[in-house]
Design a protein around this ligand. Structure first.
Ligand SMILES: [Fe+2]
Length: 301
């Protein structure tokens, strides 16, 4: 398979189909999507233990079969802060954690972040691994963010297919930039972005942080995810985190305005699979030449 296929599944879920190796970040499916998906990934990377990133029902379905090899997780997915229901509120449940209740422990491996938010000031020493070679894939970890504690960090993942020369950075629920991210500069083709485009969140303006992180990493492409729209087609149920943006086009344009021209924005629609031509890494935007009628309404009566 020459070309690559990318899909934002809704929430923070994103998958990459390269043919010889397929992988997913934070897969979170339900309803028809969960019923219909077959195990098709070699590796799955989970950023943290919150239910919309570490989802037992989805992982149970995907972490099996001949192709599947390893589920990589942050340490909190195995050793969550206790007592779980009290410490995480609605974000994680004693029912769901540790994830090894649902996925066989031999198939699960904990990774620790290589690039840390604190810049060495907290004198943290994690046991690793921080970096992996998985056949043609190379994986490096970064510290992600959202309710992490100094001793229980969360992980973002930079996954590079060396022969195909294509790379993906999934940052988990990272809300802020930090200097060590500059180490990723020049290494990232597709930056799968979470919440930093929100103009207002818990009283903070996240646009400045968005500009900072894009300037540190300088990815080739930037894919906004982890928002929902009011489109019924979105594979994110109503009444559910994340919140709606009122206008997707305006949201995308506000990100474009903030980050400038150096990085190109790819405004993916959740649930749609996009083809990337190789080796030039361009998205193939296609018209959908399918009639939505049997008899054209303008031809009736
Ligand atoms: Fe999240």
């Amino acid at each position: 398979m020459k070309n690559a296929f990318l899909r934002w599944w809704g929430c923070g879920a994103f998958d990459v189909i390269l043919g010889d190796t397929n992988f997913a970040f934070d897969p979170y499916l339900f309803g028809q999507n969960l019923e219909q998906i077959e195990p098709c990934y070699d590796y799955i990377f989970v950023s943290h233990e919150h239910f919309d990133h570490c989802h037992p029902k989805t992982l149970q379905k995907l972490c099996q079969g001949e192709r599947f090899k390893t589920l990589f997780v942050s340490p909190g997915c195995i050793n969550p802060t206790l007592p779980i229901d009290e410490r995480y509120g609605d974000a994680a449940f004693a029912r769901d954690l540790p994830v090894t209740k649902y996925v066989s422990p031999e198939k699960v491996e904990v990774l620790y972040p290589k690039y840390l938010q604190d810049d060495g000031q907290w004198y943290r020493k994690f046991p690793g691994p921080f970096e992996l070679n998985l056949g043609s894939l190379h994986v490096e970890t970064i510290e992600s963010g959202e309710n992490q504690t100094p001793d229980l960090p969360t992980c973002g993942y930079l996954v590079t297919h060396r022969e195909k020369n294509i790379s993906f950075l999934h940052i988990g629920d990272l809300h802020q930039s930090y200097p060590a991210l500059q180490e990723l500069r020049g290494k990232v083709d597709f930056f799968i972005h979470m919440k930093l485009g929100l103009t207002e969140w818990q009283g903070s303006n996240l646009t400045d942080r968005l500009v900072e992180i894009v300037d540190l990493v300088r990815p080739k492409y930037f894919i906004p995810t982890h928002y929902r729209t009011d489109r019924i087609a979105d594979p994110i149920p109503e009444g559910h985190w994340p919140p709606n943006v009122t206008d997707t086009c305006a949201f995308i344009e506000s990100i474009r305005e903030a980050i400038g021209q150096q990085t190109q924005i790819l405004p993916f629609t959740a649930g749609v699979e996009y083809e990337v031509t190789m080796p030039d890494k361009k998205i193939l935007w296609k018209w959908n030449w399918q009639n939505s009628w049997t008899v054209p309404p303008w031809g009736e009566g």
